[in-house]
Write a protein that binds this ligand. Structure first.
Ligand code: ATP
Length: 253
């Protein structure tokens, strides 16, 4: 028997007035699997993640996490998951360490100090811990936010642009860390990213979104093969511009 998926989303929809920001998404993510949401600006990635976090209420559809419907059991699943997003700032006046302590206590972690030491070693945060979060560079804040997301050893990680603002070397190193975290914890990861190299490297399945709908899906290799392209970036451009394999671009009208 197949094990129960960690994320199971059925016909998910979110409207803002007349706009269907998310329009009938159905997908699942298993333990140990990384699924990437790819799509241009406004495709519905952040709205989907916000609904999975319970921050936005769906207009229609069902979200089940760890086998529980989050409309009724959000409090039971929140402790088993976490998220990181460059669009959600940690309080600026607190030091990075104070932020991690506050979140550690919110998550009910017993020995917060030890967990912070582990995270600081894993993500090389030592030199940043006692600096005010507001004084950190964008890339340093991204690393602290990732540290916050790992504090409770989540079984489900929702990552919105996890390597935004990181230099290529640090981004590569963070991706490596995420892979090893997933290998040893078996965590499920849902990733929204504009970085195609990142998606090619981390994702087991890619969901291509346009205007809130899944317009194509598959493993990165499968999509590259089907579109007859060299890499996912070219596939992304084809889908964004509504072209299929090898067709030239439509003239702008
Ligand atoms: N609170 C809101 N009220 C009205 N419209 C919204 C709201 N939040 C998002 N939208 C709209 O919903 C659509 C999807 O937005 P969303 O932020 O999910 O896109 P995205 O795929 O994350 O884009 P990006 O790559 O730019 O971050 C957009 O058209 C956006 O303008």
């Amino acid at each position: 028997m197949l094990s129960q998926p960690i994320i199971d989303v059925d016909q998910l929809q979110k409207r803002f007035g007349d706009l269907k920001a998310v329009d009938g998404l159905t997908f699942s993510v298993a333990a140990g699997q990384t699924v990437a949401l790819l799509g241009g600006n406004g495709a519905g990635k952040t709205t989907t993640i916000s609904m999975l976090l319970g921050l936005l209420v769906p207009t229609a559809g069902r979200i089940s996490l760890f086998g529980l419907d989050i409309a009724r059991h959000r409090h039971k699943v929140l402790g088993r998951m976490n998220f990181s997003s460059p669009y959600v700032d940690l309080p600026h006046r607190l030091s990075a360490r104070e932020n991690l302590i506050v979140f550690g206590k919110l998550y009910g972690i017993k020995d917060v100090a030890t967990r912070i030491k582990e995270i600081a070693a894993a993500l090389d945060l030592g030199a940043l811990l006692d600096r005010k979060t507001g004084s950190l560079s964008a890339g340093q804040k991204t690393r602290v936010a990732l540290g916050k997301a790992l504090l409770n050893r989540p079984e489900l990680l929702l990552l919105d642009e996890p390597t935004a603002s990181l230099d290529p070397d640090t981004a590569d190193w963070v991706r490596h860390y995420l892979e090893s975290y997933q290998r040893q914890s078996g965590a499920a990861i849902l990733l929204a990213s504009h970085n195609m190299n990142e998606v090619e490297r981390l994702a087991h399945e890619v969901l291509m979104l346009r205007k809130g709908k899944i317009v194509d899906r598959g493993t990165p290799d499968d999509l590259i093969y089907r579109f007859g392209r060299q890499n996912l970036e070219e596939v992304f451009l084809d889908i964004a511009r509504d072209r299929r394999s090898g067709e030239p671009a439509k003239a702008e009208v």
